[in-house]
Design a protein around this ligand. Structure first.
Ligand SMILES: Cc1cc2nc3c(=O)[nH]c(=O)nc-3n(C[C@H](O)[C@H](O)[C@H](O)COP(=O)(O)OP(=O)(O)OC[C@H]3O[C@@H](n4cnc5c(N)ncnc54)[C@H](O)[C@@H]3O)c2cc1C
Length: 587
């Protein structure tokens, strides 16, 4: 029996042995799902954007219902409740497409990732039978009510209370904030402190007396998605509507987000793909100084960089889908086992969220710049994309919190002995210092220099984390700056390894796009090397001084020796390809 993939284990493994899932390996069934979602968004959502932005929630409901008819809401849900029970790659291709409209994507994400998913994972048979068919058909709209005015990142500090009644039912009192689908949802997953301090999830129907929504928030973006406070005043919740166990609401909340973050990363990749296409078409059509602006090196640089960054994020999201599917294939199919598989991949899911949202922000910003003045006015979609994307760095756990989770989970698994973190880090420094100064390794083959650099990133990541453990011991959690720099190194490592593995496979398969894959991977690794070096030096200098620091920096110089690459030409090649085709070319 194959071993269950362990989250974070890639940091300790030999890179070249990693076979990653990628868009090139999608099946016909996946492509069909993608086509269905694509046609739905093009034909039904994009023409409705203005009406959605004027808060036509009846139309929004109708679009959710259409998603249900097309099978898009139940891609990952069990067949017995009307779902399709497909793999994570199928979910990924659907959310990527839906994300072309960020507002509707948020409505969709609220329904699928934040309501259907926790019910599938933690619901009783009775709860699933009662709610899932309606949610999957799009007849019932769902929402996830965790945040409150005083508890966003610190979500478990919620003040909403649930008091147990003599007949076993509960009475809820409290106020939730920023709830997606809050204005028109029929069913809320509400988190409250039950009987004192027991954090618990409840299924609450809007029709229950005492449930009401506040006014729509005036947001920077996502105007076509409902975000409201939701009030619960003496709301009676039947005994059968506790989701999961009393006092175990954190499991429901956190495991929902573990998966949701992977979905959000994929949505960001899908959004960036749409934006890059817009940028390329605009650059090809807009003429200045007698030629299309796409002919200028400064614009080529932008289009090439946007493509390379998207490639890396797309590569790591697909790889994560493959890892989650592999973990699920090894686990029983009951909800709690599935939740455990998601938990196992929580590090990778957080990486998808952080790197996806930051890549998208880069891409939408450059898109505005490529549009010049037209990027700043409402006549072009660039402005809407710009406003819509910003929240991705805030919701589903801010990027600061997710960076801390990435390193926090790795350290915890290392200390528990589930990952060989401490031993590897201790061994490493001696090994590096024993290396002959000029040693660059002798392996050849496709992307040999990039593979070496990725291996070096892993050593650097271990060195920084190992030094942090030795230096700070039990107080490591309070050294957030160092942990965040370490997270940046891990993020670049996972992204570059995913991109290099995908490009190596593309080169082996041949074909007209192979050299573009190679170029995108080489740019990613080359640029990451400078970031990794900066992050490592800053972190090490915070932890050590004098001879110790000099020794650590000598070790860093020995291991991290990136080869100079002409990324200017590589970016131009990518830019010319996207401009010629008017869209992202590597999907
Ligand atoms: C459009 C939109 C839709 C949303 N949809 C939903 C929804 O459907 N359901 C739901 O429950 N919530 C939803 N939210 C809420 C969202 O999840 C929270 O806004 C988010 O978790 C951040 O919480 P906060 O706003 O209270 O920020 P805070 O927690 O106050 O954070 C403020 C800043 O402090 C930083 N910070 C906080 N704690 C720490 C720490 N320990 N260490 C380091 N830095 C820290 C944060 O990273 C951030 O930069 C939505 C929000 C928006 C804007």
């Amino acid at each position: 029996m194959a071993t269950v993939p362990r989250g974070g284990s890639w940091l300790f493994e030999d890179s070249r042995s990693c076979a990653v899932f990628s868009p090139e390996r999608l099946s016909d069934e996946h492509r069909l799902m993608a086509k269905t979602a694509d046609e739905f968004v093009t034909g039904e959502v994009m023409p409705a954007l203005d009406r959605l932005e004027s808060k036509d929630w009846a139309l929004c409901r109708a679009l959710v219902k259409r998603c249900g008819e097309l099978g898009l809401l139940g891609v990952a849900a069990p067949e017995e409740y009307g779902g399709l029970d497909l793999d994570k790659a199928a979910s990924l291709v659907v959310v990527e497409r839906i994300a072309r409209s960020a507002s509707f994507g948020t409505t969709f994400g609220g329904q699928v990732n934040l309501c259907i998913l926790p019910l599938v994972l933690f619901g009783t048979a009775e709860q699933k039978t009662r709610y899932l068919p309606g949610l999957i058909a799009g007849d019932i709209i769902g929402a996830y009510a965790l945040s409150e005015t005083g508890s966003g990142s610190d979500a478990l500090a919620a003040k909403t209370r649930a008091a147990k009644q003599d007949d076993g039912s509960w009475v809820l009192n409290g106020e939730k904030m920023w709830i997606s689908n809050g204005g028109f949802a029929d069913l809320f997953i509400v988190f409250a402190k039950a009987d004192g301090d027991q954090f618990t999830a409840f299924l609450v129907e809007r029709s229950s007396p005492g449930v009401s929504s506040g006014k729509e928030e005036h947001k920077l973006g996502l105007h076509g998605s409902s975000t409201t406070p939701v009030f619960f005043q003496d709301v009676r919740v039947p005994v059968g509507n506790v989701l999961g166990d009393v006092g175990r609401g954190h499991k429901v909340a956190l495991n929902t987000l573990n998966y949701g973050r992977f979905g959000l990363g994929a949505m960001c990749a899908g959004g960036a793909r749409a934006v890059l296409g817009e940028a390329a078409r605009y650059a090809a059509g807009r003429r200045q100084f007698g030629q299309p602006i796409a002919a200028f090196g400064a614009i080529k640089h932008k289009l090439g960089e946007m493509t390379a960054r998207l490639y890396a994020v797309e590569s790591l999201c697909y790889r994560t889908a493959g890892l989650i599917d592999a973990a699920l294939a090894q686990s029983p199919r009951d909800g709690l086992s599935v939740a455990k598989a998601y938990e196992e991949m929580a590090i990778e899911s957080s990486i998808c969220k952080v790197t996806g949202s930051e890549m998208l922000d880069f891409v939408i910003d450059e898109n505005v710049q490529i549009h010049g003045g037209n990027g700043f006015v409402r006549d072009y979609p660039a402005e809407r994309y710009y406003r819509d994307a910003r929240v991705n760095r805030i919701f589903e756990g801010t990027n600061e919190i997710n960076r801390l989770l990435i390193t926090g989970m790795l350290v915890k698994r290392g200390l528990k002995g589930h990952l060989p973190l401490v031993a590897a880090a201790k061994r490493l420094q001696d090994e590096i210092l024993a290396m002959p100064p000029g040693d660059r390794g002798s392996d050849t083959g496709p992307l040999a220099a990039e593979w070496r650099t990725v291996a070096a990133f892993k050593q650097v990541g271990l060195m920084v984390l190992g030094t942090a453990l030795q230096t700070y011991g039990d107080t490591i959690e309070t050294h957030q700056e160092v942990l965040s720099f370490a997270a940046d190194i891990l993020i670049d490592t996972y992204a570059c390894e995913s991109a290099t593995a995908r490009a190596t496979a593309a080169l082996a398969a041949g074909g007209p796009l192979a050299s573009l894959h190679e170029g995108a991977a080489r740019i990613s690794v080359h640029d990451a090397a400078a970031r990794v070096e900066f992050a490592a030096k800053t972190a090490l200098a915070a932890m050590a001084a004098g001879d110790t620091l000099r020794t650590l920096l000598a070790a860093l110089r020995r291991v991290l020796k990136p080869v100079p690459v002409d990324t200017v030409t590589l970016r131009r090649t990518l830019a010319d390809a996207v401009t010629a085709r008017g869209r992202y070319i590597l999907e």
